[in-house]
Design a protein around this ligand. Structure first.
Ligand code: ATP
Length: 456
């Protein structure tokens, strides 16, 4: 099945996301707001699952990481120290005829790509959103919406060391919103003005930084594979000396093959001691670490894997999208990994007849205790299966008239269309095993193959 999947067309994906309630344009009834998006009922689940999977892998399952949730508004000096006030800008040109703005480093020729008009000289445009804190709107009250979550972790370095007694090497992880007044936007949720990041700042002893950098590059790449993204659609790209950011000693991007081509999904940088040195200088606080072994104060180096929730969501959706023929009918389906599928199980009574309702509702109520579960009794069973396939629900549980007698239900697997029939008692345990990756045809006691096996 993997080989036959078509490369997804962005328009088809945007339309599916809109139609099924994954992602809507922000403030749509007012015509939308450029490069801002709202995650609908299914999108919010997908995003939560991605964030949860990240948090589990980088915080919960490790003893060298702790979490943080710093505020979006920070002291303005943070952005002086980080270099964002000075240098967080893109070169911008404007078309003299249609007044559309472009990033000059992304343009091929010297004319406006839209109307062919003449362009102005490039001007540097700072990407940070400015606002005012308190009632007076003057220069002294300017604050910025953070353009990255990283700085919250640097400025809390000492707080974390003092309160957790973590010893090097250790990391701080954070998930949160960031804002950039991007010049070029588009490609759906790939480049937004408001987006969410999942960032790690991993503090290490100088001299061990190269080894930890390599470790994190591999670790992060494997994480995307664990979400079900195909390896052939992932690629590492090393930054050349010329493009390295001023603070970085080494940097790799994890790129994904999006519909518009290879593009960055995560950046991993060896930032050396730049951040702690800068913040020590600007704040006047000595941000060093006392090494018990050598009895010396050292400034740790930082390895930063910085990922985007929205770009990960776009990648998993692109990677999961498929079209095939099931039971003689064309269908669209999302091969989402069970860990990130918005709905894990759908409960479908075979018919709307009232006799099926009590048992169906009972099964539904039971499964909801454990997973996001949906209940659907409208239209034919085939149609309902396809509705679930299109949103990536891994399993459907069907209750039929025989279920009233034998207290068994069928479980249908999204990708293979295979079905088994299993006792309602123990259904939760059976589904859990299947969601964890057990083959569908490994049967619980009393279960049998229903469809798709040799012995059906
Ligand atoms: P690009 O070159 O594509 O603008 P960047 O190199 O500026 O990206 P970083 O500053 O390294 O991005 O940010 C880390 C991660 O945050 C990115 O890999 C991406 O996943 C996410 N990210 C950054 N900017 C945006 C944005 N405008 N919209 C959505 N996600 C973003």
């Amino acid at each position: 099945m993997t080989e036959s999947r078509p490369a997804v067309d962005m328009e088809k994906l945007v339309s599916l996301c809109r139609r099924r309630g994954f992602i809507f344009p922000s403030s749509e009834i007012y015509g939308g707001l450029s490069s801002c998006w709202d995650y609908g009922p299914l999108g919010v689940e997908l995003k939560r699952n991605i964030k949860q999977a990240w948090w589990r892998a980088v915080v919960q399952q490790r003893d060298d990481m702790v979490g943080l949730d710093a505020s979006i508004l920070m002291h303005p000096q943070v952005w002086q120290a980080s270099g964002h006030v000075e240098g967080f800008s893109d070169p911008l040109v404007e078309c003299k005829s249609c007044h559309k703005r472009w990033r000059s480093d992304e343009l091929e020729g010297d004319k406006c790509p839209d109307c062919g008009g003449e362009l102005t000289e490039p001007k540097l445009f700072n990407l940070m959103f400015k606002t005012f804190i308190g009632p007076v709107e003057d220069e002294a009250s300017v604050v910025y919406l953070r353009p990255e979550t990283a700085q919250g972790m640097f400025v809390n370095f000492e707080n974390v060391v003092n309160t957790t007694r973590k010893r090097l090497p250790f990391g701080i992880a954070q998930i949160g919103k960031s804002f950039r007044n991007e010049v070029t936007t588009g490609n759906f949720i790939f480049r937004c003005r408001e987006f969410e990041q999942m960032e790690i700042e991993f503090f290490v002893k100088p001299g061990t930084d190269k080894q930890w950098f390599d470790y994190w590059v591999e670790e992060r790449l494997n994480w995307y594979v664990s979400l079900g993204i195909r390896k052939e659609n992932l690629k590492l790209r090393q930054h050349t000396k010329e493009e390295l950011a001023h603070y970085a000693r080494e940097c790799y991007d994890i790129n994904y093959l999006y519909p518009m081509g290879w593009a960055e999904m995560e950046g991993i940088a060896n930032r050396g001691d730049f951040d702690l040195v800068q913040h020590a200088k600007f704040s006047g606080k000595g941000l060093s670490y006392y090494d018990e072994e050598t009895k010396e104060h050292i400034v740790p180096y930082i390895i930063e894997p910085s990922a985007g929730v929205d770009r990960t969501a776009l990648a998993v959706l692109c990677d999961a999208y498929d079209e095939d023929v099931a039971d003689g009918e064309p269908r669209v389906l999302l091969h989402l990994h069970p860990s990130i599928a918005p709905i894990k199980v759908a409960v479908l009574p075979l018919s709307r007849k009232e006799t099926l309702a009590p048992l169906s509702k009972e099964v539904y109520a039971e499964l909801r205790q454990q997973w996001m579960t949906s209940f659907d009794e409208a239209q034919s069973i085939g149609r309902r299966y396809r509705r679930q396939d299109e949103i990536g629900t891994p399993f459907c549980v069907t209750i039929d008239f025989q279920s009233l007698e034998d207290k068994q239900v069928t479980i249908r697997e999204r990708d293979s269309l295979r079905q088994i029939r299993v006792p309602i008692e123990g259904l939760r345990a059976t589904l859990q095993a299947k969601l964890d990756g057990e083959d569908l045809f490994v049967l619980p006691e009393g279960g049998k193959i229903w469809k798709g096996g040799e012995t059906q």
